[in-house]
Design a protein around this ligand. Structure first.
Ligand code: SF4
Ligand code: SF4
Length: 392
């Protein structure tokens, strides 16, 4: 995901402009990458020829860099993307309290037949009536009469893959022509969710939107490969590791290198980096013109990784069994990332408020000593305290 505000409070465009005049990191030469930065900062940006891959058994040919709309306040940014070949957009009614789907709907006017639209049911919806209501509300907000990919939002285990009532509702919507394909989304226990999609006897779900980036372990990559081979269309999200700003790279942005890393995996059909404004769009879209992951990209990611390691959480959820009070540590950390990486207080609060109070960071106030352990050595008590300060 791309950051909204970057380097010392500047937005990405400002960051890039300063980068052109500034001094690049000692470890990364001011050569081709600096030229790319310069190109992005100029107004003569040339949109690359779109690159397509097939989204699993849906057969949809989608651009490898697609549009994550969750933080985009202006339909114009999406219109420019669609008019330059980007043909897949991902939204959810939950984003911006419903406004995000409306903004996507405005961008789709006159372009609906050129773009595949993916949205999500509400995270808590399981019952038939709730799923149907979610989809009908989304259709109305999006101003369309069909959704290409309807996704069950934010699964953290395989359990919901098998709920008959949910499947019944989705099938009814498909029969009515209101949805075309079924998907799931997952940030936590990604491999378990993907494996459940594949192991489902019905093979009901067509796509999976999964958190995947250069920090992801072999388990996730293996599950992605297995699912893709079973015909599940894989869409990568959280591809840019939270979009945290860092001065460790000098003028160089890690976003393109991070996206290229993900797209090296041929099992990933597309990615949906969040693009808030034109500078984000140009930076991310440019990747389609230079897909090859280079040794320079590798060095950039190494530096970026080192810079964010002290606070980056991969949402693996492995710490949660070590907290005796059932605190939803990974979701709390994801809320923090929305606040501190994406700089979206609204999304951070929406996510945090969905956690029951009994599993929120407030619980830690009555806990005499933190026993929760992070597999990556993060100080969990400190993160929970920060969440209370920022989000409670
Ligand atoms: S302080 Fe640590 S162990 Fe205690 S409730 Fe919070 S996360 Fe769990
Ligand atoms: S705090 Fe550590 S163990 Fe817990 S979800 Fe994050 S990375 Fe995983």
């Amino acid at each position: 995901m791309s950051q909204t505000k970057g380097f010392k409070g500047m937005n990405r465009r400002e960051f890039l402009k300063i980068g052109v005049a500034g001094t690049a990191s000692a470890l990364i030469a001011k050569d081709a990458l600096a030229e790319t930065v310069q190109q992005l900062a100029s107004d003569q940006f040339a949109f690359p020829k779109p690159v397509y891959r097939t989204l699993g058994r849906t057969g949809l040919k989608v651009t490898v860099v697609s549009f994550g709309a969750m933080l985009t306040p202006e339909p114009e940014v999406m219109r420019v993307a669609f008019d330059n070949g980007v043909n897949y957009v991902d939204t959810a009614r939950r984003y911006m309290g419903g406004r995000n789907e409306e903004i996507v709907g405005q961008a789709l006017k006159g372009r609906r037949d050129k773009v595949f639209v993916a949205t999500k049911t509400q995270p808590a919806s399981i019952a038939k009536a709730d799923i149907i209501k979610d989809v009908e509300t989304s259709l109305s907000k999006l101003g369309t009469d069909y959704i290409d990919v309807i996704q069950l939002h934010n699964l953290d285990s395989g359990e919901r893959i098998f709920i008959a009532e949910t499947k019944e509702a989705l099938l009814k919507l498909k029969e009515q022509g209101k949805v075309r394909f079924f998907g799931v989304t997952t940030h936590k226990n990604v491999a378990d969710v993907l494996n459940a999609v594949v192991d489902d006897q019905d093979r009901f779900f067509d796509t999976a939107l999964v958190a995947y980036n250069f920090k992801s372990g072999k388990e996730v990559a293996g599950a992605i490969g297995r699912a893709a081979k079973a015909g599940i269309g894989i869409i990568g999200m959280k591809t840019q590791q939270g979009g945290y700003s860092t001065s460790a790279l000098g003028a160089i942005s890690p976003h393109q290198a991070a996206l290229k890393w993900v797209l090296q995996n041929p099992h990933v059909a597309t990615t949906i980096p969040g693009m808030k404004d034109m500078s984000h769009l140009k930076e991310d879209i440019a990747v389609m013109g230079m897909l090859k992951f280079t040794s320079r990209d590798e060095r950039i990611l190494k530096r970026y990784n080192a810079a964010i390691a002290p606070f980056y959480c991969s949402f693996c959820g492995k710490c949660e069994s070590t907290c005796p009070h059932g605190v939803e540590i990974s979701t709390i950390n994801r809320s923090l990332m929305y606040a501190e990486g994406y700089k979206s207080g609204e999304l951070a609060l929406t996510t945090y408020r969905e956690i029951p109070v009994s599993a929120s960071a407030a619980v830690c106030m009555n806990c005499p000593a933190c026993t929760a352990r992070c597999v990556n050595g993060l100080n969990i008590a400190e993160k929970m305290e920060r969440a209370r300060i920022i989000l409670a």
